[in-house]
Design a protein around this ligand. Structure first.
Ligand SMILES: C[S@@+](CC[C@H](N)C(=O)[O-])C[C@H]1O[C@@H](n2cnc3c(N)ncnc32)[C@H](O)[C@@H]1O
Length: 480
């Protein structure tokens, strides 16, 4: 059976070119000369070599020639002249030149592409088959939720498009009353179920299959959230930069449409994001305790990797300084943009509290590396001595030996009775799963014992740990 689609052959213009031996193997092509089948040994733009066990063709004669696919589709047909002939005991082989056409290369290229496509599809199907059914079901369940959510939310938004601004704004207000939490709760629930599959990411090859599958199915939805998108894209080289912290603290509906806004709201309400907001209140309370208990009236407190330093807003909103106290706030970060933001936030909090005469804000562009390498400026900064040094959102990125060295150096920067507080995400954080599966945000999680271990080489300090209300952030407390 011959296919009606015969390739458009091009007139001969070029001399004999490379032969497509591999091509013939890959596609199992056959040939027909003068109505008889032959094996196609090789094929070039302008000719071919054919073989069979017997034959009755004559050198110099011209015959009709066809190239056929394995399914007998005619790929190419033309007239061909026999240019040489070779007959041995068991093979009959001969060479032909196409007399009026050259082989259509574009057809070969297209065939190649299609074959590659077939290969890719097979590869994806195999990868899919190798993923356990329960994980597939979970991913499809999440996808199903997203599809339904998007359909309804897009329709809803469309209905509001022609309305006035007040009416549009009312939709977001209403979301805050009910629907926002409904969506966040559903996605949080999926995130917790995903946590059971975290172990599969330990094996590199397995991880690749799981992650490809998860991201192929779901990231078009998750990454609608500007927070998730930034975490995935890592414009400053890592997820969790100061702008992401601001997104968490703003805790709003951000994104280019209603669906995106809802997904964003969920991402900044995952358990870890709630803990980050709680961390602000925790640190403000520790800062207050330090100030109240400080023997000296001149108090100095430093934040290492301060980010936007929002805890100072919380502090000045909630507490007041003793009348005669002088406070120096030292904000340290490697990122100048983060420091600008930190200065703005801390200074406006001070101004709003009316305590500008008592408080000085100092910003220092210093990286952990400068501290570890004992860079003179970093050393000078630390040698001034602090009543409290704290660091939140940094140790989760530091491997053990670096975390230990930094801890040692920071304890040396404490005044007598000074305190070092270090926050670190706990392995039980359920947000860990969605962070790793969806946006490739991998942190170093530590248990209570593991944070205490960071201070194991210190002498003369009281060391303890405490966890936040959701057991998501663990704090290491080192008291001089
Ligand atoms: C997750 S944010 C935490 C910010 C802040 N402590 C908070 O809780 O909101 C991390 C901050 O650490 C800073 N950072 C990251 N690696 C650092 C390093 N090696 N040295 C100094 N700062 C660093 C980043 O610039 C960013 O502002």
């Amino acid at each position: 059976m011959h296919d009606a689609t015969v390739a458009q052959a091009e007139p001969i213009e070029q001399i004999r070119s490379e032969r497509f031996n591999n091509f013939i193997d890959s596609y199992a092509l056959t040939a027909e000369l003068n109505g008889q089948p032959y094996a196609l040994e090789n094929l070039s733009d302008t000719g071919a070599k054919l073989t069979s066990v017997s034959g009755s063709i004559v050198k110099g004669n011209v015959y009709p020639f066809k190239v056929l696919s394995s399914e007998n589709h005619v790929l190419f047909e033309c007239q061909a002249e026999i240019v040489w002939l070779n007959e041995s005991c068991d093979t009959y082989s001969f060479g032909i030149d196409f007399t009026d056409h050259i082989l259509p290369r574009e057809l070969l290229n297209s065939l190649d592409r299609l074959m590659l496509t077939e290969y890719e599809i097979e590869k994806e199907l195999n990868a899919f088959d190798s993923i356990p059914e329960d994980f597939r079901l979970l991913v499809f369940e999440i996808e199903n939720f997203f599809i339904h959510l998007k359909k309804h939310v897009d329709e809803l938004e469309e209905n509001y498009e022609t309305r006035n601004e007040e009416s549009k704004a009312s939709l977001l207000d209403a979301m805050e009353v009910r629907f926002g939490n409904y969506v966040s709760d559903k996605l949080n629930h999926f995130g917790r179920r995903l946590y059971d599959y975290l172990d599969h990411l330990k094996d590199k090859q397995k991880a690749e299959r799981y992650l490809n599958f998860f991201r192929n199915e779901l990231n078009e939805f998750y990454l609608q959230s500007p927070y998730a998108k930034r975490a995935m894209e890592k414009p400053l080289g890592y997820a969790g930069d100061y702008e992401m912290m601001n997104q968490v603290y703003r805790n709003g509906y951000e994104g280019k449409n209603l669906f995106a806004k809802l997904i964003h709201r969920y991402t900044v309400n995952e358990a870890a994001a709630i803990s980050v907001r709680e961390r602000k209140a925790y640190l403000a309370q520790k800062i207050n305790a330090c100030i109240q208990e400080c023997q000296s009236k001149v108090i100095s407190i430093a934040s290492v990797a301060c980010g936007p330093a929002q805890e100072w807003g919380e502090f000045f909103n909630t507490y007041t300084l003793p009348e005669d106290a002088q406070l120096e706030i030292v904000l340290i970060d490697q990122d100048k943009e983060a420091l600008l933001e930190a200065r703005r936030n801390a200074s406006s909090a001070v101004r709003a509290s009316g305590m500008t005469k008592q408080v000085k804000v100092r910003c220092e562009p210093v990286a952990v590396k400068d501290i570890l390498e004992r860079n003179p400026e970093a050393l000078a900064l630390l040698s001034s001595g602090f009543d409290m040094v704290y660091s939140a959102g940094l140790y989760d990125y530091l491997p053990g030996p670096i975390a230990k060295s930094l801890t040692k150096i920071l304890t040396k920067a404490l005044k007598p009775s000074g305190q070092l507080i270090i926050g670190n995400f706990h392995p039980s954080s359920s947000t860990r799963a969605i962070c790793e599966f969806s946006v490739d945000w991998r942190l170093i999680y530590r248990t209570e014992e593991e944070v205490v271990e960071l201070g194991s080489e210190l002498e003369g300090f009281e060391i303890e740990s405490e966890v936040d209300s959701q057991s998501i952030v663990v704090y290491l407390l080192i008291q001089n």
